[in-house]
Design a protein around this ligand. Sequence first.
Ligand code: ACO
Length: 321
Amino acid sequence: MYSRIIGTGGYLPEKILTNLDLESMVETSDEWIRERTGIQQRHIAADGQTTCDLAEQASNRAIEMAGIDASTIDLIIVATTTPDKTFPSTACLLQQRLNIHGCPAFDVQAVCSGFVYALSVADQFVKTGMSKRALVVGAETLSRITDWSDRNTCVLFGDGAGAVLLEASEEPGILSTHIHADGQYEELLHVPSGVSKLPSADTVAERSMQMKGNEVFKMAVNTLSRIAKETLEANGMQKEDIDWLVPHQANLRIIMGTAKKLKLTEDQTVITVHKHANTSSASVPMALDEAIRDGRIQRGQTLLLEAFGGGFTWGSALIKY
Ligand code: ACO
């Protein structure tokens, strides 16, 4: 039994913050941001607009594409690091919004690798027969944990959501998923405070993402090449068998570094980072949705999804679309 993708959806909040806008907020320039990251703009959730709001929009688009009745969904997993509330999980809030009742719904937290983690979990449910139709969402409002006075981080992130509907099928869909973590790198990319640690943190810096960008960059490129190799070997495939790389959209240089190691051209790599910056767990499903909707990704093609993020966590999925 396989999990097949039957629908995808993406959603970006209306408000756009350009590199030029950032020039008036911190000591930076459009040129610096474009050269180092490829980013041109990011979308920011409106006041009061939550992660669940974005997730709901993306999910409805995926449900519409699949042409199914939402009540037939029997599993909901939301990957997020910026949940609406400490609890209930954003997946439970989304379940209520979609008027689905009774099926399991839970969040997965693996930062930028969150969607690939959630896809891997959903795939196990479908393969074992526990679920027949699973909704997997990556949704974030990273703007809420961004220090808008820190130029090292604030130029890199944005808000958004992406959703994928999986269905049990005899026909190949997800061929394999591979997920990993190594907690020893906590300090390279983290938010210092949380529910249990520094709960009364009152500085913006303590409540925001902190990153040693250079070190994260090197780790990301090396790790992503390794996981691509692991994924191909597990499936007895060669680099040439991949039609599309659908990477986490953090930085154009990281994306192209990985593509180059896989001997894939820019034409075989889905790139959306320039439009919305790093949206963490939302980036892979949004990129997938865009390339499916505009007809680049076709049925029968082989896709390699990959991501790397805080934890560190990293993962991949090889999919026959
Ligand atoms: N505008 C202008 N100058 C800046 C800015 C900015 N926004 N940010 C940093 N600088 C300065 C630094 O202060 C430094 O100045 P100095 O030399 O006087 O000290 C200089 O630019 C160079 O800084 P570096 O950190 O060496 O620049 P680098 O080429 O490494 O680019 C970047 C920085 C873009 C953050 C890069 O390291 C990167 O993309 N890292 C990966 C980070 C990432 O994507 N994290 C997301 C989570 S993990 C993931 O999703 C993969």
